[in-house]
Design a protein around this ligand. Structure first.
Ligand code: GLN
Length: 230
């Protein structure tokens, strides 16, 4: 299982979201606190963000551990955005370990990170998938079905692979969508925005847990959590 995080709000530096929190993604890359499967997340990382007044996301991904990336540590305090999606990766056995297999994936507008595993045989081989990694194939499938239909798409995938773990985070720069399917999320409402993450980045008591089999939508109007079982 990987660890991932999304931010929607006023612009913050990428470093303040990814590297600085005491138990944030950088810390989770070697010492996650709530990870159920996997011990470290050292098989790469990625961050995508939307520059001001630009609907096209920019990405920085790597096949190496986040904790050792001195160049990213140097540059990321100077990158800022109001919509950021980032992940650190623990590769599923048999999946390629290269930059193209690291989340977030994109169709040029949306960003998607997958926390889990899925049998590749149940997914269409979309020609524009960024990698043969299961998560890249799932992302391409979600993009083709329409990101707004992500819950229905995941339900259909889970029908075909009942053992799949399908937790995802998505953003198009204007909203964040999340689904818990085998792993939970937590969110924190701050005065200047909302962060949604696999696990809290600190011990602030205001973090709210999103249980398994729920969806979460964050817009400038607020946070909506929906139970997918009802
Ligand atoms: N299956 C995906 C991969 O191999 C995601 C793994 C994960 O969530 N740990 O990258």
């Amino acid at each position: 299982m990987c660890r991932h995080l999304a931010w929607l709000g006023a612009p913050r530096s990428v470093a303040s979201l990814v590297l600085d929190p005491p138990c944030g993604l950088a810390h989770q890359s070697y010492a996650p606190r709530r990870q159920k499967r996997g011990v470290v997340n050292a098989d790469g990382w990625g961050v995508g963000f939307y520059p001001a007044d630009d609907p096209a996301p920019r990405r920085w991904r790597s096949a190496r551990p986040l904790w050792g990336d001195a160049s990213f540590a140097s540059v990321s305090p100077a990158l800022s955005s109001g919509a950021v999606l980032a992940a650190v990766r623990s590769a599923t056995v048999g999946m390629p370990i290269d930059e193209a297999a690291a989340a977030p994936f994109t169709d040029g507008r949306w960003l998607l990170s997958h926390n889990g595993r899925v049998e590749r045989a149940v997914l269409p081989r979309e020609s524009d998938a960024e990698s043969i990694c299961d998560s890249a194939l799932l992302a391409a499938h979600v993009f083709h079905r329409g990101a707004g239909n992500v819950v229905d798409t995941l339900r259909a995938v889970a029908h075909d692979d009942p053992d799949a773990y399908l937790s995802v985070l998505l953003t198009d720069g204007t909203r964040v969508l999340g689904v818990t399917w085998g792993d939970e999320l937590s969110y924190l409402v701050e005065p200047d925005g909302v962060v949604v993450a696999s696990e809290p980045w600190d011990d602030d008591p205001r973090w709210v847990d999103v249980p398994d089999h729920h969806s979460i939508e964050v817009t400038p109007a607020g946070v909506t959590v929906t139970d997918l079982e009802t």
